[in-house]
Design a protein around this ligand. Structure first.
Ligand code: NAP
Length: 252
């Protein structure tokens, strides 16, 4: 089938395009660097012409809440409108586990606006909510460190490897949209997580042995996040690659 991956040049998108091509699909990466701008709409209609499925793995560098929300809402509205016009039959969106429980995080409120725009977009959809990527963890810990000490929040994570995530995303592409009644009553959203739940301070000790790590209640990125808000619920699809596996392979 023809699959357009918007954000297909990013860290998730690049691996997903490779995986889809390896499975025999015609996968097209759409991003500004390939001539498609999901905000201005430039190149979007042409990119989606003839597509069966569109996968949204876009991200924004906007830090401010209003700008991030505008990016996610407008990009989803524009992708859905172009997908409707092109007769695309499945809109897949990559989102994050725990958006409601951790909605003290401004980025998560922006992702909720993105999900709402996909749900209202008029194209059958699957929202894939994933946990934190292995690649995200060291930057998170470093961002919380000052003078050789990282004071981390007392939260549990269930990190996923990008290889597992892109395998599951490709499986979703090959499945019926979860929003349709025949898909088994998931209500349009599926969760994806790694094989183990780990406290953030333990992750910190493993990935940043040079830092003094504490877990003394400092909020997560300045927001309050309940201890298990970012852990997947029952029924999540689980990857198999552990943090130790990823460290051994990538030197992370
Ligand atoms: N990091 C985590 O732990 C985590 C966990 C769960 C879910 N997620 C979600 O995963 C998604 C993908 O993240 P990622 O880290 O793979 O993204 P990324 O590497 O930052 O890639 C972002 C992609 O979006 C494209 N893009 C940005 N603005 C665009 C525009 N105006 N028009 C067209 N393309 C545009 C970029 O290409 P150009 O710059 O060339 O346009 C790039 O291909 C995000 O939505 C994030 O919320 C992340």
């Amino acid at each position: 089938m023809v699959v357009v991956v918007v954000g297909g040049t990013g860290q998730t998108g690049t691996l997903l395009v490779e995986e889809l091509r390896a499975r025999g699909h015609e996968a097209v990466a759409a991003a500004r660097s390939t001539g498609v701008d999901v905000i201005s709409g430039g190149g979007l209609e042409q990119a989606l012409a003839g597509a069966d499925v569109v996968v949204d793995v876009l991200n924004t560098t906007e830090q401010e809440e209003a700008a991030a929300t505008a990016f996610f809402r407008e990009s989803s509205e524009n992708v859905a409108a172009a997908a409707r016009a092109a007769g695309v039959r499945h809109h897949v969106l990559l989102s994050i586990v725990g958006l409601e429980a951790a909605s003290d995080l401004a980025y998560y409120r922006a992702k909720l606006a993105q999900e709402a725009a996909v749900k209202a977009g008029g194209v059958p959809y699957t929202i894939v909510r994933a946990t934190q990527f292995h690649t995200f963890l060291a930057p998170l810990i470093r961002a919380n460190s000052v003078d050789g000490e990282a004071r981390l929040a007392p939260v549990n994570l269930q990190p996923i490897d990008l290889a597992d995530l892109t395998t599951i995303l490709a499986d979703v592409v090959e499945s019926e949209p979860a929003s349709t009644a025949s898909a088994g009553g998931t209500g349009g959203t599926v969760e994806v997580a790694g094989p183990e739940v780990l406290p953030l301070d333990e992750i910190g000790r493993r990935l940043a042995p040079d830092l003094k790590i504490t877990s003394d209640g400092k909020p997560f990125f300045g927001a309050n996040v309940p201890v298990n808000a970012l852990v997947a619920g029952p029924g999540a699809r689980l990857g198999t690659i552990t943090l130790a596996d990823w460290q051994a392979a990538d030197g992370g």
